[in-house]
Write a protein that binds this ligand. Structure first.
Ligand code: G6P
Length: 468
């Protein structure tokens, strides 16, 4: 049986608690032969060209170090100051420095040189996320003929946003070097198909060289990622979660909890969320003292100016809401800039009357899935969900909102707080069924089955598949 080789920028154990990628992939290698390859998290002046292989919590992990300059150009630069904002349609927040692209390609080539000697001919290579789009090109140029799949965890951009990315034609050609490209949602496959149908093979812009792209050997499909909702249900009833629930109940008394959990990232719509909550309190004086909003927002990518700014904006907005509504014996919100472990989060999700998941744009958003999994079936909370999260395709029974329209979000919040128990149970039942249908095990096995048809069948087979 073929081995599975997972490649991602971060390796297990290195990611922040709120990021979904590491949580989702740990399970894939738990009972399948193979290894995980990625950056060690270390910066050195003279990195070894060979990967170090170690055992991390029973997983075989091969890692390389990077130089400080290469890492900056590849990670903070091209990946997170160009690709991330553009793919999330925030061109206003993109910073373009042309030399970052060279660093991005250098690191991908370094990954390929260290990974190639570890590959056996029938290994299946599964590459994750926007940091590593060129990896198949680099591996193939070294002679690797393995089946290779790429999964994009973030949204695929519209054509206009794609055009704004320097070297976008080369990046699209890099995607065509994979056998399978998986995306989160049908909308992402549609955006990709639109581009591929109309622009490839083609020439791009006046200043870019012509790039021929042939997608005939690449299959593109939506594989919406999920969580393990039943594991979250168990976690939410665990002693650690129960301890968190008891601590919170003492503070909240009978106030209902409105909860947000997000990396501190401008794509998450946090200022709009606080504004919507402010409008809820302004429009519905009867609700003051009966609700409390908790926003958990662990800092992320804080070497990047736009990430520092979103933190400052949120500080100011939370201060404003406190100044406007707080009383000596009532505080409308709490804003916590640190990460919590999954058991504590599961407890918070279970306690919350409303889960507020309102990103301006998001690949999937696993917080939505984890919130649903953690609910008490007898007294479930309500999910208020952005229609621009990939999760909106999975969860039509959530109260879906346009997160840019803070009046609409405020009204959805009011509806959620006023929702009768019967309706909460009915909606949650449908959400939980959807979360189970789209669980992370089926996600991984569907992708791997499609990439390598000889492998064990996935538990569910129905997916929207689009061939190019
Ligand atoms: C998103 C991305 C992941 C990334 C995570 C945390 O979920 O899709 O690839 O690992 O954010 O971001 P960071 O920059 O800290 O790895």
């Amino acid at each position: 049986m073929s081995r599975i080789v997972i490649v991602s920028n971060r390796t297990p154990g290195k990611g922040p608690a709120a990021g979904g990628l590491a949580v989702a992939l740990r399970k894939v290698l738990a009972d399948q032969e193979g290894f995980w390859f990625g950056w060690s998290g270390k910066l050195t002046d003279d990195p070894s060209p060979e990967a170090r292989i170690e055992d991390i919590d029973g997983l075989s992990v091969a890692q390389i170090d990077l130089t400080r300059d290469d890492h900056h150009a590849y990670y903070a630069g091209f990946s997170n100051s160009i690709l991330w904002p553009s793919f999330h349609l925030r061109l206003d927040l993109a910073t373009i420095e042309s030399h970052w692209y060279e660093g991005y390609r250098r690191v991908n080539a370094q990954f390929a040189r260290a990974l190639k000697p570890l590959l056996k001919p029938d290994d299946i290579v599964w590459v994750h996320d926007y940091h590593l789009i060129p990896l198949a090109t680099e591996l193939r140029s070294l002679g690797a003929r393995n089946r290779m799949g790429f999964y994009l965890h973030i949204p695929f951009p519209t054509a206009d946003a794609l055009y704004a990315i320097p070297h976008h034609a080369e990046l699209m050609r890099d995607l065509s070097r994979y056998d399978l490209v998986g995306m989160q949602a049908n909308r992402d496959v549609a955006a990709f198909t639109e581009f591929a149908d109309h622009q490839a093979p083609s020439t791009f812009g006046a200043t870019q060289a012509a790039v021929d792209i042939d997608f005939s050997g690449t299959e593109i499909a939506a594989f919406p990622i999920g969580s393990d909702p039943d594991a979250f249900a168990r976690l939410a009833a665990s002693p650690a979660a129960t301890k968190m629930i008891h601590r919170m109940r003492r503070v909240l008394a009978d106030q209902r909890l409105v909860l947000g959990v997000d990396r501190l990232d401008y794509s998450k719509g946090l200022p709009q969320r606080v504004e919507a909550y402010e409008k809820l309190l302004a429009n519905n004086p009867r609700l003051r003292r009966t609700v409390h909003m908790l926003q958990v927002a662990p800092p992320s990518r804080d070497s990047i100016k736009e990430y520092q700014e979103i933190g400052d904006t949120l500080d100011a907005m939370c201060g404003r809401v406190m100044g406007r509504f707080a009383e000596p014996d009532w505080q409308p919100l709490t804003y916590v800039k640190r990460a919590y472990g999954q058991p504590s989060l599961a407890g918070l999700y279970r306690l919350a009357r409303v889960g507020l998941v309102t990103p301006l744009r998001d690949g999937m958003n696993l917080v939505a899935h984890e919130f649903v999994g953690s609910q008490d079936p007898q007294d479930p909370g309500v999910l208020v969900l952005s229609r621009f999260a990939g999760a909106a395709e999975i969860f039509p029974e959530a109260l879906q909102v346009n997160p840019f329209d803070t009046d609409e979000t405020a009204e959805a919040l009011r509806m959620a707080l006023d929702m009768p128990l019967d309706e909460r149970r009915e909606r949650w039942g449908a959400l939980m069924a959807a979360a189970r249908r789209h669980n992370v095990d089926d996600w991984a096995s569907s992708f791997l089955q499609r990439l390598s048809p000889g492998m064990a069948s996935p538990k569910t087979s129905k997916r929207d598949i689009l061939y190019l």
